[in-house]
Design a binder for this molecule. Structure first.
Ligand SMILES: [Zn+2]
Ligand SMILES: [Zn+2]
Length: 390
C-alpha cells in the first residue's frame, strides 16, 4: 500500500470530520450545513470555491502549472430518510435521517484529496472537486448539469467513487464497461369500453388485453434482447376494476413497472419494445393503449481510456489489490449523467466484509473509517497521474 505521509498526517482531522457529518445527516438539496463545511475547508486550503449549483452544490477548482487538461472528481453529500439503529458515539442526531450509503465518507475523502493536492501541487492542469447534492433519487447530478456545471467547469474526463461492502479495505475495483444499471419506469393504460360483466360482447374488455400483455412481457427479455446483454423488465403494479363490483368490466386497466439495462442500446430497446407490445396487444383486442416510458437514470458505463487512467492510479496506491473484474450493481447512481457528457470512470472502494448490517441502506450501516486513507490516496494519485504537463 502506498499512502503518502501528508495523507496519513491528515487522518485524525478527516476521521473526526467524517463522524461530525455522520452525526448531522442532511437529505438531498438540504445539505446546507454539509456544504458550508465543505466550502469552508476548500477555501482554507486556498482552493477557489463556487457555490449554488443545484442549490447546495459546491465546486472547488485547483489549477496548477501550465497543463491544459481538466478533470472533475465527484463526491455525493446527501443522507437517506431512514432511522439509524446501531449505537455509536457519532450516531445520527437527526431522527429519521441517516448516512446509510457512506456519502459522509465520500465527502471527506474528496476533501482530503483537495487538501493534499493544494499543499503538494504535484500535477499540471485543472481539477474540479465536485460536491454534489441529492444523489439518492432526488436528481442532484442532473440539476448540476442543467444549471451549467460543464459550461462553467469544462472537464475532459469525470471520475466517481463509491464505497463497497464485500471488497476488503485496501482493495479497489476499477472495471471497464457497465457498473450500474439504468433505472426507468414504464406505464401502460389499456382503454376499452366498460360493460356488464355478463355481456362482454357489448363492450371492449381492457382486463383481458392487460392479461395478455402481462403474459407476453417477459418475451422482451427472453426473445428480443441479445441473451448476452443483461436486462430486466418487471411489472410492479396493476390496477383495474373494483373488487366490490364483480359484475362490471371497467373502461380501463393500468399496469406499470421498472426496466433496467446496462447499455444505452438495450435501454432504448426496452423502451421501444414495451411500447410495441402494448400497442400491438391493444390493436389485437380492438382497444387503445396509452404508453409512457419515464427515463430516470441512465446506466453508468466506464469509458475505456478513463478506466485505464484510473487503473494506473489505483495500481500506484493499491498494488496488486486492484480488481479489474467485479460484478456490476443492479442499483443506479446518477454519476451516470456526468458520464453521458464526458468520458468517465466510476470505481468501487473496499469498505470491508458484506456482513449483516454492513450493507448500503441498512439501518446499522456505517462507512468504514479505515478506508479513508485509501480513498484520499486514490483521488490524489489519479490527479497526479491524469494531469501532467505537455
Ligand atoms: Zn445509496
Ligand atoms: Zn450511495
Amino acid at each position: 500500500m502506498n499512502v503518502p505521509d501528508q495523507v496519513a498526517d491528515d487522518l485524525s482531522f478527516l476521521t473526526a470530520l467524517r463522524h461530525d457529518l455522520h452525526a448531522h445527516p442532511e437529505l438531498g438539496f438540504e445539505e446546507v450545513r454539509t456544504s458550508d463545511i465543505v466550502a469552508k475547508h476548500l477555501e482554507e486550503a486556498g482552493i477557489g470555491v463556487h457555490r449554488g449549483l443545484a442549490g447546495t452544490g459546491v465546486v472547488g477548482t485547483l489549477k496548477v502549472g501550465d497543463g491544459t487538461r481538466s478533470i472533475g472528481l465527484r463526491a455525493d453529500m446527501d443522507a437517506l430518510a431512514m432511522p439509524e439503529t446501531a449505537a455509536r458515539p457519532y450516531k445520527s442526531t437527526v431522527p429519521g435521517k441517516m448516512h446509510a450509503c457512506g456519502h459522509d465518507g465520500h465527502t471527506v475523502m474528496l476533501l482530503g484529496a483537495a487538501r493534499y493536492l493544494a499543499r503538494t501541487k504535484g500535477f499540471s492542469g485543472t481539477v474540479h472537486f465536485v460536491f454534489q447534492p441529492a444523489e439518492e433519487g432526488r436528481g442532484g447530478a442532473r440539476r448540476m448539469l442543467e444549471e451549467g456545471l460543464l459550461e462553467l467547469f469544462p472537464c475532459d474526463a469525470v471520475y466517481g467513487l463509491h464505497n463497497m461492502p464485500g471488497l476488503d479495505v485496501g482493495e479497489i475495483a476499477v472495471v471497464e464497461g457497465p457498473q450500474l444499471a439504468s433505472s426507468d419506469s414504464w406505464h401502460v393504460v389499456f382503454r376499452g369500453t366498460g360493460t356488464h360483466g355478463a355481456k362482454p360482447h357489448l363492450g371492449r374488455d381492457p382486463i383481458t388485453a392487460m392479461g395478455s400483455f402481462l403474459s407476453a412481457l417477459q418475451t422482451i427479455v427472453g426473445r428480443v434482447v441479445d441473451p448476452l446483454q443483461p436486462a430486466v423488465v418487471s411489472a410492479c403494479s396493476v390496477e383495474a376494476g373494483d373488487p366490490k363490483a364483480l359484475n362490471v368490466i371497467p373502461d380501463f386497466a393500468a399496469i406499470g413497472g421498472t426496466a433496467r439495462a446496462y447499455s444505452a442500446a438495450v435501454r432504448d430497446q426496452l423502451e421501444q419494445e414495451i411500447g410495441r407490445l402494448a400497442q400491438g396487444t391493444a390493436a389485437m383486442f380492438g382497444i387503445e393503449a396509452d404508453y409512457e416510458f419515464e427515463r430516470r437514470i441512465p446506466p453508468t458505463v466506464n469509458d475505456a481510456d478513463a478506466t485505464r487512467r484510473a487503473r494506473e492510479a489505483a495500481i500506484s496506491v493499491f498494488g496488486d489489490r486492484v480488481r479489474t473484474a467485479f460484478p456490476p450493481s443492479t442499483a443506479g447512481d446518477d454519476f451516470a449523467f456526468f458520464g453521458q457528457q464526458v468520458p468517465g470512470c466510476f470505481v468501487w472502494l473496499g469498505n470491508g466484509p458484506a456482513v449483516e448490517g454492513a450493507l448500503h441502506h441498512n439501518t446499522a450501516y456505517d462507512f468504514n473509517d479505515e478506508a479513508i486513507p485509501y480513498g484520499v490516496a486514490y483521488w490524489s494519485a489519479l490527479v497526479e497521474r491524469e494531469l501532467v504537463s505537455g
